[in-house]
Ligand binder design. Structure first.
Ligand SMILES: [Zn+2]
Length: 297
């Protein structure tokens, strides 16, 4: 109720967005001035008093050049923030009363913003790494290393607390074509800080990470079960599988990485759920370098 009374109009959403994006006031994109004429009702732009340039508060963000109103966007972000299991395009289209394709495109943009945000951080300290396979339910007949499933590399950091207890930290995932030594090395180098301790099972697909600046903690699975050797990454993977089945009823290969990004983003902020809306809005307000048309194509 608080949400809907706060964002009761398009203008209220816009004011909030501007405050989040420029806590010290919006500067004119052309001259840097901060004085604007009152905004015209039918124009999502503010004219600069000194250079007359029309500034759009959503310029360069995922909200720019969409026909969707900010109010719709805000409700979508709200639902994304508070639904633990993630939001399907079908549910969003029903909630907003928009076409499925429209809801799907919105979610793709939000997932893109989530991924971009998470790319700013690497895992560090102690990290567990493993592989998993994700596929559409119709292809799920063969389990494990079947050819119709997409391999995914998973890394989860953990910290040692008191009493030798370990706690999960942050996660990263990458959908890959195949799991071989170069792919694993690239994944580790891109997403884990050098010098970190990486714990894997004893499989030969995990090359010696020592040669690449990591401390490699290799644990043969033979004697003990996989979830004992790599407890954190296995807990994470079973949560992910529940998400895939429950929210999306299986995932297709084409957009797999975006779904993985969403799951990671949510997991990495699981202790900040009450701040999720503002954090997600900020992530969505980050300036885009790539044309957004590439996202939904
Ligand atoms: Zn100006």
């Amino acid at each position: 109720m608080n949400f809907f009374s706060t964002f009761s109009s398009e203008e209220a959403c816009e004011r909030y967005l501007m405050k989040m994006r420029w806590p010290d006031g919006m500067p004119c994109l052309r001259c840097g001035g901060k004085e604007f004429y009152p905004r015209l009702k039918d124009r999502r732009a503010y004219q600069c008093r000194s250079c007359r340039f029309f500034n759009r508060p959503t310029a360069g963000t995922i909200f720019h050049r969409t026909r969707t109103s900010l109010q719709h966007w805000f409700v979508a972000l709200f639902l994304c923030s508070f639904d633990k299991r993630g939001l399907s395009a079908l549910l969003l289209s029903e909630q907003l009363g928009v076409r499925y394709e429209n809801a799907w495109a919105m979610l793709q943009r939000v997932r893109h913003a989530m991924a971009k945000r998470d790319k700013q951080y690497k895992l560090s300290g102690y990290v567990e790494m493993d592989e998993m396979f994700v596929g559409a339910p119709t292809e799920a007949k063969k389990r494990g290393r079947g050819t119709e499933k997409t391999p995914v590399l998973v890394a989860v950091s953990y910290v040692q607390g008191k009493d030798d207890e370990e706690y999960m930290g942050f996660a990263k995932m990458r959908s890959v074509k195949t799991i071989d030594a170069p792919t694993v090395i690239l994944f580790a180098k891109d997403l884990i800080e050098l010098g970190s301790t990486v714990r894997t099972d004893g499989l030969s697909v995990f090359p010696s990470l020592e040669e690449h600046g990591f401390i490699h903690d290799r644990n043969p699975v033979k004697k003990r079960k996989a979830h004992v050797v790599l407890p954190h990454v296995h807990t994470y993977i079973s949560n992910l599988k529940a998400f895939v089945q429950g929210t999306h009823h299986g995932l297709d290969e084409t957009h797999l990485q975006q779904y993985l990004d969403e799951f990671c983003y949510r997991f990495n902020r699981r202790r900040h759920r009450h701040e999720m809306f503002d954090r997600l809005l900020l992530a969505c307000l980050e300036k885009e370098e790539t044309p957004l048309s590439a996202l939904t194509g």
